[in-house]
Design a binder for this molecule. Sequence first.
Ligand SMILES: [Mg+2]
Length: 360
Amino acid sequence: MNVTDPPETALAVDTSIPFWRRAISLPQSSGLPETTLGASAGIGQPVPSLLLVDDDPATIQVLAHMLAGLGHLRFALSAADALNLAHESVPDVVLVDAEMPGMNGFDFCATMKADPDLAEVPVIFVSGHGHVETEVACFAVGAADFIRKPPAAEVVVARVRTQLRLKALSDALRREALVDGLTGLANRRRFDDQLRIECDRALRSGEPLSLLMIDVDHFKRFNDRYGHPAGDACLRGVAIAIQGLVSRPADLVARYGGEEFVMLLPQTKASGATHLGDLVVKAVEALRIAHDVSPSGPVVTVSVGVATTLCSADGGCTPASPAALVNAADQAMYTAKATGRGQSCTYVPSSAIAHLSYNI
Ligand SMILES: [Mg+2]
């Protein structure tokens, strides 16, 4: 196939790879007319990523020129290549030709919608078929929009902008749905999802997974004494202190509910988690938040329960399920409460007998 480069765009691009495999990032001050400048990416916001898929290089050239300035453009001449590119880096919108050899646009769109990583990406069909049936078939497989060939520049830009705005909004809503409004930490829903994922991973890999359950001591008394706004400030302070103790991307700090927090620590042995439990206790004490009605001391403290999944060579793990790991951390936390508060306890499973013991 004889594929030529798109016309000059005054951009420095690597000409050693075919244009449809290149990614082009346009700066906001690209010198293009105002009407083609990206509306979705303001200062400090990520530049949208667009993926153009068509077996006809000429159509890709035309679309690329229309969409230059709306974001970061990538191209594919087949659905298979497009899926690979989408997996490398998930785009914000895809424009796809309905008719392509091999996997056509319909199967491509259906594949994207069935893939949890790609399902939220809006897919715009670009097709020469003007029949109502074709258009309906596109929407039936999950299309966000339908543009007829030959595409008119104003229509393409307007429709892509609309999809980018909707995508940015739905992304923000999805993020919000997983964040605790008071502390800004991950919320319970996000934690439950991540716990399931990490437990499955730990069972498969045999690597240790640790969980810290953290509870603010005598928090009801604190609220009664200082009022709920002070209680909220206390929880925010604790959240910042414990979040500051972890730095690995896979570690998750979440608000479990009320005055309870959790830390989920993949690939972390019991010894490391126990050490972190002690650091949590010290970090909260160091905040020196006055609590003059606490029987445990003059400042706000936390009790911490630590649990770790331990996997044996035969493939068995203890605790083996998300609920069992939470229960184990909970039990250790209640032991910390029962034996003085302001301390961390580690759950120690017995492999020989169904019996619990604790390191305090
Ligand atoms: Mg085609």
